[in-house]
Structures are given as C-alpha cells and as structure tokens.
Design a protein around this ligand. Structure first.
Ligand code: MG
Length: 131
C-alpha cells in the first residue's frame, strides 16, 4: 500500500479552461497539496457549501461562462462562513479593470495569465506558509 503524501492543505481550482486545470493541478500536486477542481462558478459554490471548512485557498478564474469569477468572489467575501478563505484571482495581463474590480470585491491575491506552473507553486507556497 502506498502512503499518501499530503501537506494538509486543500486548494480549490476553478477555471473553465481544461489546460489551466491540468497545469495547475499537476504543479500543486507536486507541492503535495490536496486538489479539488471544477470548471464553472455554479459548481464552485456548491463545493463551498459542502466543504468550505476544508478549503484553505481558492484559485479563481474571472472569465467563465454562466456564473463568473466575480460573482463567486462576491459570494465568498460577503459570507461569514467563507470570507476567510484566501482567494487568488486569475487575471489577464491587459485587463487592469479585472484587478480593480477584484480588489473591490475582496480578492486577496492575483496571478496574471499566462503563468508558469513553477510561478504558481511558488506563489501558493508563499501565501500558505504565511497563513
Ligand atoms: Mg476563463
């Protein structure tokens, strides 16, 4: 039986692009995080309702069909049960408005797309090591 390597921290990744989910999961697994993924805002909110107490950090895409990242962010930061979960918003470089709007809605950190897996892992490690 193999022993599961696990650093005890759980990250929810929400993005509608399969490539991003694959890249982020792969690198965060290398960092021994527990990973939950989903590709839309509706499911993200459902996962929060089911297991928000187990989630340490959310990587959240802004641009998604249906319920977008801003709506999910607003839901998290206006609910006492969820508001302490760290949210890292995926933004697009040229969209400064994304960052401004994200700030207003209470995003904790930003990561500009495109990013490398190493960059992501470094960022997440530094955020969660200060927690
Ligand atoms: Mg997207």
């Amino acid at each position: 039986m193999s022993e599961k390597v696990d650093n005890g921290k759980t990250i929810l990744i929400v993005d509608d692009e399969p490539d991003i989910l694959n890249l982020t999961s792969k690198f965060l697994t290398l960092g021994h995080y527990n990973i939950i993924t989903c590709n839309n805002g509706k499911e993200a909110i459902k996962i929060l309702e089911d297991k928000s107490d187990k989630i340490d950090l959310i990587l959240l895409d802004v641009m998604m069909p249906g319920i977008d990242g801003y709506t999910v962010l607003d839901r998290i930061k206006t609910d006492d049960e969820y508001k302490d979960i760290i949210v890292v918003l995926f933004t697009v470089k040229s969209f400064n408005e994304d960052i401004q709007k994200g700030k207003r809605l209470g995003a904790d950190f930003y990561l500009t797309k495109p990013f490398s897996g190493k960059e992501l892992l470094r960022k997440v490690d530094s955020i969660l090591s200060e927690k």
